[in-house]
Design a protein around this ligand. Structure first.
Ligand code: ASP
Ligand code: MG
Length: 423
């Protein structure tokens, strides 16, 4: 008998019929003797609907005060889910009880709409488990030090589930979703994309930060910090599949370094269309320019991703970086009005039609020439690379958005990601 955490995403909870299926699956695990804690998301589309209502009433940009209310509103989606799932379990003849974040409590900081979990008191949950109940806890929400309801950012139920699993030292956290695992790349772009039986925690972290939407990045960080055994699998398989079969399906996030050293050098291709590029032309090349440019950008709360400073000519250099597309107009305006004039820089030019394509793999640590192969593949397709950035286990390039699919397909082929995974 083990303590197991299940997390069900919005599509898995998408209708009362789906919720009944979830209840049957959970009941199967409970009847096999496991202590079950379940963390569901809101029903699919519900969080968007709730935030849409808020926008109708208050169309202006959110402020600290309005954000508190956004969390109050958005958190209700999960409250409905836990109640329904608890009822469905009871209808299955299984004792179950639902809790919202504040009742557990799951304590967070006060950063409304993107709060971080500070601590989880599991006494109440443990008592319910000891009394033989399935405990269902809302994903996505918590309570801050002053008793205000907070939410953890979109996709935050993953983080709730992993945090609960970490706090309760669960044997495993199973993330049930609408795909059957983590793929080498998005199968909608490359139909030959392959499910990975295992992926290392570090690779998963890179993939999540580079645009793979399978898991919220904070949930992966949590899993890494507390070594929570994590598996991503489908809730769309028959609910009565044997547990032994479910337990080896999907994708397991592994922590053992070197376990898969013999597998492909590159494990996955990620891409992200959410960025835009800005360039400050002919900036005087002297100490402090990066600070003067990026300091002003940071001050405006704009996150910068890829940065390139060119070799200087006649004491002047071009300085480019990428920001989130939502921040593009604001960044352009800031550079034009506040950064370029005092620096004596030239024109400010921008391009929102870019995308970032990345190859990820822990094998890159021990293999030379991986990045070169990436660049060669792109050049053979006639794709111009605008920017490059690397870390130990990834190489990213910024290219014209219109070549994104071509680039992803070519790289997927070049790195043999279609071949069966070596074991
Ligand atoms: N319901 C929230 C959202 O849609 C949290 C989640 O589903 O993980 O973002
Ligand atoms: Mg999700």
């Amino acid at each position: 008998m083990a303590l197991i955490v299940h997390k069900y995403g919005g599509t898995s909870m998408g209708s009362t019929e789906r919720i009944r299926q979830v209840a049957k699956r959970v009941a199967k695990w409970a009847r096999a003797g496991h202590q079950m804690v379940v963390v569901p998301s809101a029903m699919s589309g519900e969080t968007n609907r709730l935030l849409g209502l808020a926008k109708e009433v208050s169309p202006e940009k959110a402020t600290a005060q309005t954000m508190r209310e956004l969390d109050m509103i958005a958190a209700t989606g999960e409250q409905v889910s836990v109640g329904l799932l608890s009822l469905a379990l009871q209808a299955e003849g299984l004792p179950a009880v639902s809790y919202s974040g504040w009742q557990v409590p799951i304590k967070t900081d006060s950063a409304y709409t993107k709060a971080r979990i500070a601590s989880i008191d599991d006494a109440r949950v443990r008592a319910e488990l000891a009394a033989g109940k399935v405990v269902i806890i809302t994903g996505f929400q918590g309570i801050d030090g002053d008793g205000h309801i907070t939410t953890l950012g979109r996709g935050g139920s993953d983080t709730s589930a992993v945090a609960v699993a970490a706090a309760m030292k669960a044997a495993e956290c199973l993330i049930y979703t609408d795909v059957d695992g983590v793929y080498t790349t998005d199968p909608r772009i490359v139909p030959e994309a392959r499910r990975l039986a295992t992926v290392s925690f570090e690779e998963m972290l890179e993939m999540a930060s580079l645009g793979s939407k399978v898991l919220q990045i904070r949930s992966v960080e949590f899993a890494g910090k507390y070594r929570v055994p994590l598996r991503v699998l489908s809730s769309f398989t028959p609910w009565d599949n044997p547990i032994a079969e479910e337990s080896v399906s999907g994708t397991l996030i592994t922590f053992e370094e070197g376990l898969n050293m013999e597998q492909a050098v590159v494990s996955g291709i990620a891409f992200n269309r959410d960025e835009a590029k800005v360039t400050l032309m002919r900036v005087p090349d002297k100490p402090g320019i990066a600070y003067q440019i990026l300091g002003a950008v940071a001050e405006a709360n704009i996150d910068v991703d890829v940065i390139v400073q060119n070799v200087s000519h006649d004491g002047k250099t071009d300085f480019s970086f990428t920001v989130h597309r939502n921040d593009y107009a604001r960044t352009m305006d800031l550079l034009k009005t506040q950064v370029a004039p005092p620096l004596g820089a030239g024109e400010v030019i921008g391009d929102p039609k870019i995308c970032k394509v990345s190859i990820v793999g822990i094998g890159m640590r021990s293999h030379a020439g991986v990045a070169a192969k990436m660049f060669r593949t792109l050049s053979e397709e006639g794709i111009n690379i605008q920017m490059i950035t690397t870390s130990e286990i990834k190489t990213s390039v910024v290219i014209d958005e219109k070549y994104m699919e071509l680039a992803v397909r070519a790289l997927h082929r070049a790195f043999d990601l279609e071949a069966p995974q070596a074991v």
